[in-house]
Design a protein around this ligand. Sequence first.
Ligand code: FAD
Length: 465
Amino acid sequence: MTSTTINGGISFWYAAHGTPPPRAPLTGDTTADVVIVGGGYTGLWTAYYLKQAAPFLRITVLEQKFCGYGASGRNGGWLYNGIAGRDRYARLHGQDAAVRLQKAMNDTVTEVIETAAKEGIDADIHHGGVLEVARTPAQLARLKAFHEAETAFGETDRELYDALRTREHINIADAVGSTWTPHGARIHPAKLVTGLADLCERLGVTIHESTPVTEIAPRRATTPYGTVRAPYVLRCTEGFTAALKGQKRSWLPMNSSMIVTAPVPAATWEQIGWTSRATLGDMAHAYMYAQRTADDRIALGGRGVPYRFGSRTDNDGRTQPATIAALTDLLTAFFPQLTGIDITHAWSGVLGVPRDWCATVTLDRSTGLGWAGGYVGSGVATANLAARTLRDLIQQDSGQAGPTELTTLPWVNHRVRRWEPEPLRWLGVHALYAAYREADRQESRTHTPTTTPLARFADRLSGRH
Ligand SMILES: Cc1cc2nc3c(=O)[nH]c(=O)nc-3n(C[C@H](O)[C@H](O)[C@H](O)COP(=O)(O)OP(=O)(O)OC[C@H]3O[C@@H](n4cnc5c(N)ncnc54)[C@H](O)[C@@H]3O)c2cc1C
């Protein structure tokens, strides 16, 4: 971190144009056909698809700050086909059901790219796939197992690269192998979410910003400025869910932090390569994710302080200096050529983590309450699949349509137990990430060819696998 690093300010993604002009808050009691709480990708895509399917619907979105304030305006910009919980869904519902879910995710990447193009949303989308690298023998063993598992879930177009091929793509120090899938694209997160909000408004969706919902109940969402009554109330609040009445222990708000460099000089890009602009990740337990931005910077993220006591969330993305230093060290470990480069921005955001780490989409037909999320770190594409599924569930419930392929996917209407009360929750998450960081250190120090028992233990303890 240098004295010029901008720390917080929501995220780097708003740096060029600032945050969007505010929309008016709610000004009294009203009614709608569908009320959506939360103006991120989930809420806005849901409003979009519902309005497309039934233009007569009166849809109101209530957003506590501004559309794109949450993870949708802060993420790493990996639009990719990963979905949290797929392997558990395979165990619960069978391999075929999980393969259908995976195929739906593959199609979702294409759906977002095509819809953005069709609707004129310029989100710097570049369809270069996803490259995940291994930098230690233990990571390589996990990478090969991961590659095999993904192929078994129907990704026959996935490729496995040795060290040389990996470096031909991206010249990463110490890379010993990688796996590449075409089912991924680089996006500019804030451009996508602000473009979506504008699109929804053009289609006739009512959006109220600076309107925090204090309670969601069957057929109503309550705010300090009035209550919106509707047959369907959809909760699309992801990492902020714990702040809602009665939701404190449902999804745990997990922090993820990012840094971005100054534009990298052309001569350095010659050394690094990365001409495909594939999004980049690794196989560490405390994994990283990165993208080459449209203006030729590197934006890189990972876990900092993973979780705040009492499920608190942040305000403006301010990040601890130690986290910024750790991410900068990681950046230069990958790319020693970048030692000393300016880190122009650092920020953090929250993602939602259910107790079993499985993303879900639900409509309770008896109450009209719906929700989607718990995407962990894979929500950019998943939110779109969730939105189309919520549309189909509402269409089905209101008698406009029957069941569809999406309403029968295994993540629909999945229920999970709640997180432990404090201080167990805080202690558990911090111990988990300390264990993952130590496991990464052990694996790179000892060059062991297999995952350390510590990481396996942490996986079991967390309920992740
Ligand atoms: C730093 C970071 C990096 C990430 N990188 C990636 C990535 O590269 N790829 C990927 O697939 N996923 C990534 N994710 C996850 C992904 O961004 C999220 O899963 C996704 O954006 C979730 O969208 P959402 O609309 O469900 O939630 P959010 O975008 O968080 O939106 C929720 C909205 O609800 C509003 N809200 C909350 N509570 C209330 C209330 N009570 N009343 C009114 N409004 C409320 C919030 O202000 C917010 O705008 C990342 C997340 C973070 C934080």
